[in-house]
Design a protein around this ligand. Sequence first.
Ligand SMILES: C[S@@+](CC[C@H](N)C(=O)[O-])C[C@H]1O[C@@H](n2cnc3c(N)ncnc32)[C@H](O)[C@@H]1O
Length: 219
Amino acid sequence: MKRLLEPELMEEESQVIAYSEADFEIPHNEFIQRLKTFVNNPEFCGTALDLGCGPGDISCRFAKAFPLSKIDAVDGSKPMIARARSVLPAALEARINFIHGLLPHVILPQSSYEIIFSNSVLHHLPDPQALWQTIKKYSRQGTRIVIMDLFRPGCVEDAQAMVQTYAVNEPEILQRDFYHSLLAAFSIEEINTQLAQADLNLNVEQISDRHVFITGVAP
Ligand SMILES: C[S@@+](CC[C@H](N)C(=O)[O-])C[C@H]1O[C@@H](n2cnc3c(N)ncnc32)[C@H](O)[C@@H]1O
């Protein structure tokens, strides 16, 4: 099945609200648990970078998992960043800095980060190098890189079946977005080709029937 692009930024007000109110407990917890295992440093006290942070749920979970850390979190959608700021718990306000900016052009507060992570963003990008080149630009020797995304199913019927399995109780708008995201996602082979083109030596692992987990340490 050929890739079918979905809108890059999530800017519809109803879409932003539905996404920020959705229950992502299972996949987002899975992401943080795997990230913790990979980083293997609960005392991490540097600043991490969250690329395509959306309403900030993953940024907040990271902040709680690494209580000494700070996070710069960037998204290209103004409504998403506004939502992230408005739902940010007061206790995390001093540690998470939400930034409006578009990959790969955004200019970030630091020239490099010790941890760079991103969840569910790669499939939004018309040009996937926007993510890989941003990671290259903002990493330094030893930067931990952790990415999770969907991968594209083999056919439309498989994508429809996944919506039935995983999103049937979600609002219509979330079911629509999930379906479009599956069709817009890359295959694992395509991701490996992108990484080779970017000269990024990362490990690409299929971790479920729809998720791929990508990790590595910058040389
Ligand atoms: C599916 S959401 C994921 C949000 C968050 N990472 C999470 O896991 O909940 C994808 C986000 O990527 C953002 N995005 C897409 N393309 C982008 C780009 N080029 N630069 C910055 N953000 C982008 C969208 O606006 C949207 O908020």
